[in-house]
Design a protein around this ligand. Structure first.
Ligand code: HEM
Ligand code: HEM
Length: 130
């Protein structure tokens, strides 16, 4: 397993899960989980698939920093999605989820900052830079 493959597999799995939730929303007419659906699709699915493509296209390393980037993104995404689901469902109105969402946001932002660092570090070997 490599960070590229983990991003791709988890990203594609979240896309399927998010589409099933979207289908449920469309079928029942209950769009209450729209923010959850949006972030499953975009934070859970689109970003990891994009990260996998960025790693591959720019030949970014698959070492410890890449594992930390991948772990931070997917732990953050999982916490964010579960917290959003509870927030817009069974625990609606319960303010205790606020800090949990905050922690998940910091993880996802940190993973994006790490992506920037990895890209900066690899810029000399970037075939698109010249
Ligand atoms: C099987 C496929 C899908 C179904 C059945 C579905 C269903 C839905 C439904 C019912 C809504 C609520 C619309 C509303 O209340 O205005 C919605 C919103 C949304 N969907 Fe999907 N969706 C699907 C795929 C996707 C995909 C592929 C993406 C992005 C990669 C996506 C991103 C979004 C976003 C960002 C919103 C929120 C839009 C807004 O803020 O107005 N969905 N979707
Ligand atoms: C640190 C990560 C993120 C945080 C903390 C965050 C936070 C939020 C918040 C607070 C809202 C408003 C929800 C509402 O009005 O009910 C929102 C909506 C939205 N966000 Fe994010 N977001 C994050 C990442 C992203 C990313 C990476 C994307 C796209 C790639 C995205 C796309 C959207 C979209 C399309 C909406 C509108 C969906 C809706 O109306 O339900 N977000 N986000």
């Amino acid at each position: 397993m490599t960070p590229i493959r983990l991003h791709l597999m988890l990203g594609l799995a979240w896309l399927v899960a998010g589409m099933l939730l979207g289908e449920h929303m469309g079928r029942t007419g209950d769009h209450g989980q729209m923010p959850t659906h949006a972030h499953i699709m975009l934070v859970g699915g689109v970003l990891p698939v994009l990260w996998a493509l960025v790693y591959r296209t720019f030949a970014l390393g698959q070492g410890l920093l890449a594992w930390i980037q991948t772990g931070a993104h997917h732990i953050g995404a999982l916490i964010m999605i579960v917290a959003l689901y509870l927030n817009f469902g069974p625990m609606a109105g319960d303010e205790s989820l606020g800090p949990v969402l905050g922690v998940s946001s910091v993880l996802v932002i940190a993973a994006t900052v790490l992506m920037l660092l990895l890209a900066l570090r690899a810029r000399t070997s970037d075939p698109a830079s010249d």
